[in-house]
Ligand binder design. Structure first.
Ligand SMILES: Nc1ncnc2c1ncn2[C@@H]1O[C@H](COP(=O)(O)OP(=O)(O)OP(=O)(O)O)[C@@H](O)[C@H]1O
Ligand SMILES: [Mg+2]
Length: 264
């Protein structure tokens, strides 16, 4: 089977006035269509850098990323991004935010209205359709952000810690909704998190990154049937295994910071 997303020898160096920061080094990944992949690792290991490169916001310094055989040089409608900080238009209502991408594409009004109504229903937002983002809870705003991507029907969803700011209950219910959407709409999802539990709850596959430079430390297939029970033995065994890997990288992070302090 050919991969939908191919990351080939990708490195990313940020030039800064003091030093060059090697954020990613020689990342290689093949992601088949429809896979739910989590990128896991401590703060600063390059998760967002990799996701932004796939989105086309910031291109690799070397190597290339391909989607369906074509090298990415820019953002595109085939890849939709959901950010942690709810990037909604504050001057638009919920329904207008969801309709925005379709309007830009000049879709007929009847088609836009039907799609928006369907997505409002799917994401349990119908009664909030005329509210503005400032009058919504964090969980509702993330639902709107997800609906916006679904409106464009992007086959690939890129999600950068989308549920990081939510309370535990809201987070779990959005995780369940996302899994349902993923199963129904057959999306490929690349989901960044630093929650080990979230990654095991959601993913088919977890990529653990090393701390600076970001490289692939471990590539794990999660062979646990859904819905997954976080209190089950298999879930906990994997949690311990991943915690150890992430902890090693966190320690490298702390040591690097200490070295920075003592050489200043
Ligand atoms: N524009 C930039 N200029 C310079 N350095 C950058 C830039 N963007 C990211 N970095 C550095 O690259 C490394 C990786 O950053 P990145 O934001 O990808 O990490 P992350 O894994 O997403 O972390 P977090 O979990 O905190 O979001 C970090 O050391 C960061 O300081
Ligand atoms: Mg990040």
């Amino acid at each position: 089977m050919t991969a939908q997303i191919k990351v080939e020898h990708v490195s990313k160096v940020f030039k800064t006035p003091g030093d060059d920061v090697v954020a990613l080094r020689d990342i290689n990944l093949e992601i088949p269509r429809g896979q739910f992949v989590c990128l896991l690792g401590p703060s600063g290991c390059g998760k967002s850098t990799l996701l932004n490169a796939v989105a086309g916001f910031s291109l690799p310094s070397s190597g290339r990323i391909m989607v369906d055989g074509a090298t990415i040089t820019d953002t595109g409608p085939d890849r939709g991004m959901v950010f942690q900080e709810y990037a909604l238009f504050p001057w638009m209502t919920v329904a207008q935010n969801i309709a925005f991408g379709l309007k830009i594409k000049n879709a007929p009004k009847a088609q836009i209205d039907a799609k928006v109504a369907e997505l409002l229903e799917t994401l349990k937002l119908t009664e909030f359709r005329d509210r503005y983002p400032k009058d919504l809870s964090g969980g509702m705003r993330q639902r709107v952000a997800i609906a916006r991507i679904l409106a464009l029907d992007s086959p690939i969803m890129l999600m950068d810690e989308p549920f990081g700011a939510l309370d535990a209950l809201t987070r779990r219910s959005l995780q369940d909704e996302l899994l349902k959407i993923w199963e129904e709409h057959k999306k490929t999802i690349l989901f960044v998190t630093h929650s080990i539990e979230e990654s095991i709850y959601l993913a088919d596959r977890i990529i653990v990154l090393t701390y600076r430079p970001g490289t692939v430390k471990r590539d794990v297939l999660v062979d646990i049937p859904r819905p997954r029970d976080p209190s089950a033995a298999g879930f906990n065994a994997l949690k311990r295994e991943l915690a150890e890997l992430v902890m090693e990288e966190q320690q490298r992070h702390q040591q690097a910071e200490l070295r920075g302090l003592t050489t200043d």
